[in-house]
Design a protein around this ligand. Structure first.
Ligand code: SF4
Length: 339
């Protein structure tokens, strides 16, 4: 049974008890719905019993892989938006971004509660005191903000930063860190100039788990040089690690990025629609059934997409094609899970 709509905890001074079991364990029959995989919407509905929407924030962060502290120029697929489909004017204060987007979602989707989502670039790339100021600014905007989600690179967190993020669990029922892992294969990470390794992720993941934080791991299908077997190894490893959530992207070449040049020069080929759908289904079948699937298709405005060309006409079809593929196979998430 869905829980009643969450209310009032955000400003509560009462410390919730530390969860005795993993807070994101699949409830009985949670996969019995119409989707063959456990969607983020389903997770939010189960947890809060009402319409909860993420509200994206562009806090003006840069990235250590852009400014030279880890690398120059960024990942080869990163465009000027920091891989976020940035829509906000950077001069707009965080509180104003939140107010505007909350009003929009209330009106358009009848949204009831909100998660402040620090999305653009690397949202832990600042001293702890500044991070606290920025996160607080977003959380203090509206009593209906019940959660905080922070997107970052695995090599850009420290125990101190994760302590700060974990401290918000005392006032919010939902706090999550999103890590751009992309793949477990260091050779692929090097090919896209990621300037970090799988070992960086494992360290960040250990610290994150130690603090009981929810998390979502971003992966990209179709990385340069990756075979189907390589991608399945990433799925198997995520299942073995029992990650709480996964966001699946396809590698998309946006205008004015190095990967778009690679595409034009024939050094990289994008996945066709059917290959992406089938690979995505193979991937989800291998994930643990408890894992929440936050997304199954890439973002980025199709007007700026160089490849794959089908993004312009078939992007909206990806989810239904994935459902149809599961139905045709008679499978669902976790059926090929080895862990
Ligand atoms: S880590 Fe993210 S923000 Fe930084 S360069 Fe790569 S994609 Fe862009």
């Amino acid at each position: 049974m869905p829980k009643s709509c969450w209310k009032g905890l955000a400003m509560s001074s009462t410390m919730p008890e530390a969860p005795k079991t993993h807070p994101f364990i699949l409830e009985e029959n949670a996969l019995a719905g119409s989707k063959p995989y456990r969607t983020y919407n389903q997770f939010l509905q189960e947890k809060f019993g009402c319409r909860v929407y993420k509200v994206s924030i562009d806090a003006g962060f840069t990235c250590p892989n852009i400014d030279g502290s880890k690398g120059f120029g960024g990942c080869t697929f990163c465009d000027e938006t920091g891989s976020s489909s940035r829509t906000n004017d950077l001069k707009t204060p965080i509180a104003e971004q939140m107010q505007k987007n909350i009003a929009n979602r209330r009106k358009r989707y009848k949204a009831q509660k909100f998660i402040a989502y620090f999305q653009a670039n690397t949202n832990t790339y600042a001293p702890v005191e500044r991070l606290k100021r920025l996160y607080d600014e977003a959380l203090n905007v509206d009593d209906d903000v019940l959660g905080l989600a922070i997107s970052t690179r695995p090599d850009c967190v420290t125990p101190e930063i994760l302590d700060l993020i974990a401290s918000y669990q005392e006032r919010l029922p939902y706090v999550s860190v999103e890590y751009g892992l992309q793949t477990i294969h260091d050779r692929s990470l090097a090919l896209v100039n990621r300037c970090e390794t799988f070992a960086d992720f494992l360290q960040a993941y250990e610290w994150t788990q130690a603090r009981g934080l929810d998390h979502c791991i971003h992966v990209i299908l179709g990385m340069p040089g990756e075979t189907h077997a390589d991608m399945m190894q990433t799925a198997d490893k995520l299942a073995e690690l029992k990650v709480a959530g996964v966001k699946i992207h396809m590698l998309v070449a946006m205008n004015h990025t190095p990967i778009a040049e690679d595409y034009r020069n024939g050094r990289w080929t994008s996945m066709d629609f059917d290959t992406y759908v089938n690979t995505c289904v193979d991937f989800i079948e291998r994930l643990h059934p408890d894992c929440v699937i936050h997304r199954v298709a890439g973002n980025g405005h199709f007007k700026h997409v160089v490849a794959p060309s089908w993004m312009a006409s078939q992007r909206q079809d990806v989810m239904s094609a994935i459902d149809a593929c599961f139905a045709e196979r008679g499978t669902r998430q976790g059926d090929a899970c080895r862990h």
